[in-house]
Ligand binder design. Structure first.
Ligand code: HEM
Length: 471
């Protein structure tokens, strides 16, 4: 062996030893008595690459090695991952025991310090009570349902003969319907301008908090500034006028109920959070429901039957009433089955405010806890034949309220938009399936870290003539 070759091998060996020691150091750094088993990967980066690239397979292989509760380091923080449905429920129901929401810093800075996920205890109760008073079932029945209905009727007009990207369309739908409910009287250019920038907010919340021009995070923060300025202008305009409006902003501003009264900063943060929370969840669920209804024609037939039966007892100009909505039981089942089958929500994040004991292990203060619910969606005991798209399973009493069903979360943070989200998707489907039939192209779909069609999901839409003659 020549001298340069020897130097080369020594250097290579030294590098291997260095990296092995670095990894070992990272393991030692986070090892404490009583912590769940697992590995922490590289300093700073942890196991983020494996977590993002392999997604569900990463989780499954870890579970096979360490069981349902294990440690890792991902997305910049040490994290405990729980795949145990009972424990997941316990975590979500015990916020007061030091298990508060633990969403990334970028999310907090872009959605605002008063956004509901950032507040706990009495303040959380007050903000949540306020939100529920304007998007809960009573508000939907009395004000929101007719507005959603009018919006959907015009949104879904005139699609026949066109090829549309249903991903894009459902995003527009989810955004504009929320805007309409929040600020009903602003002209459409205002809504359009808001939508154009809102995607920056979404991508900013999912990025590393690096505040350098050109990064998604930076763009998200800049957009937040603009959005806050615009909303302040709207608040000032409304305060200087005696006119009242039948929308959520008016209710927030004029709430006389001291218990739920919010200041301007809190109002603005709730509006941004409201738009944000109902945006991707509602649009992706609607997109995937359209896809599954196409792939499962017998399910589509049943949904159509349900809507035509409701339509038959009404005049064409009548809006959907609360009772009509309550009769859309099979459509509701399709929505729940879509949430389960497509795994729209993989899980939710918590962080510990003190050392917390879980299943006999100690979770150190300041660690994140990933309540991973995805696997439960395919639990054959809870959902027999889980790989079948079978909405009828949701017609069985008790499944929607089953302890392990966490499609909308659980405990004190259970989604306050659950009913409104279901109404929006149901009314969309009501017009879509009764007016149109559609053909889908085989566009690529990604399922992790979130469900999306990277190149759009294109469908060719035609009028649903046969059934319309029958009705
Ligand atoms: C299919 C639609 C939806 C799904 C699957 C969904 C899912 C969820 C989940 C899983 C959580 C729990 C988060 C956690 O525990 O950290 C949640 C919370 C929340 N959702 Fe939804 N959501 C949907 C629609 C909506 C809509 C339409 C709105 C608003 C209009 C909304 C507003 C919220 C808010 C404000 C929270 C935070 C509640 C709190 O911290 O107390 N969601 N949602």
């Amino acid at each position: 062996m020549s001298i340069p070759e020897i130097v080369y091998y020594v250097l290579a060996l030294a590098l291997c030893v260095f990296f092995a020691l670095l990894k070992k150091w990272n393991e030692v750094r986070y090892s404490r008595k009583g912590i769940p088993p697992g590995t922490m990967g590289w300093p700073i980066f942890g196991e983020t690459a494996g977590f993002l690239k392999q997604g569900p397979d990463f989780m499954k292989s870890k579970r096979a090695r360490y069981g349902n509760l294990f440690k890792s380091h991902a997305l910049g923080s040490p994290v405990i991952i729980s795949m145990d449905p009972e424990l997941n429920r316990y975590i979500l129901k015990n916020e007061a025991k030091g298990l508060v929401p633990g969403y990334p810093v970028s999310m907090r800075n872009i959605l605002g310090n008063s956004n509901i996920a950032e507040v706990h205890g009495a303040l959380h109760k007050r903000i949540r009570g306020s939100i529920l008073s304007f998007i809960g079932p009573a508000a939907i029945r009395d004000h929101l349902l007719p507005e959603v209905n009018k919006f959907m009727r015009s949104f879904l007009d005139n699609w026949a003969g066109k090829t549309v990207d249903i991903q894009d369309k459902t995003k527009q739908m989810a955004f504009f319907v929320s805007m309409k409910l929040i600020v009903e009287n602003e002209p459409s250019p205002f809504h359009e301008a808001f939508k154009a920038t809102f995607d920056n907010i979404v991508s900013g919340t999912f990025s590393l908090p690096i505040k350098i021009p050109g990064t998604n995070y930076f763009r998200g923060l800049q957009t937040r500034k603009k959005v806050v300025a615009t909303l302040k202008e709207v608040l000032a305009k409304r305060r200087s006028s005696s006119a009242t409006h039948a929308d959520i902003l008016d209710q927030l501003m004029r709430s006389e109920d001291f218990k739920y009264k919010l200041n301007d900063e809190e109002i603005i943060d709730q509006i941004i959070t409201f738009l944000y929370s109902g945006y991707e969840t509602v649009s992706t669920t609607t997109m995937m429901a359209v896809k599954y209804l196409h792939d499962y024609p017998r399910v589509l037939e049943k949904v159509r039957e349900e809507h035509f039966a409701i339509q038959q007892r009404k005049r064409p100009e009548d809006l959907v009433s609360w009772d009509d909505y309550k009769d859309m039981v099979y459509t509701r089942a399709v929505i729940f089955e879509t949430l389960r089958f497509a795994n729209i929500v993989n899980g939710v994040l918590r962080k510990t405010t003190e050392d917390v004991e879980l299943n006999g292990f100690t979770i150190p203060q300041g660690w994140r806890v990933y309540v991973y619910t995805r696997e439960t969606n395919y639990d054959p005991i809870l959902y027999p034949e889980p790989l079948n798209f079978n909405p009828s399973r949701w017609l069985e009493k008790g499944l929607e309220s089953h302890n392990h069903n966490m499609l909308f979360g659980a405990g004190g943070r259970l989604c306050p938009g659950k009913e409104l989200g279901s109404v929006i998707i149901s009314i969309f489907l009501r017009y879509f399936v009764t007016k149109y039939r559609w053909e889908a192209d085989g566009n690529e779909l990604l399922k992790f870290p979130r469900v999306e069609a990277p190149n759009g999901l294109h469908i060719r839409v035609a009028e649903y003539t046969i059934t319309r003659k029958e009705s």
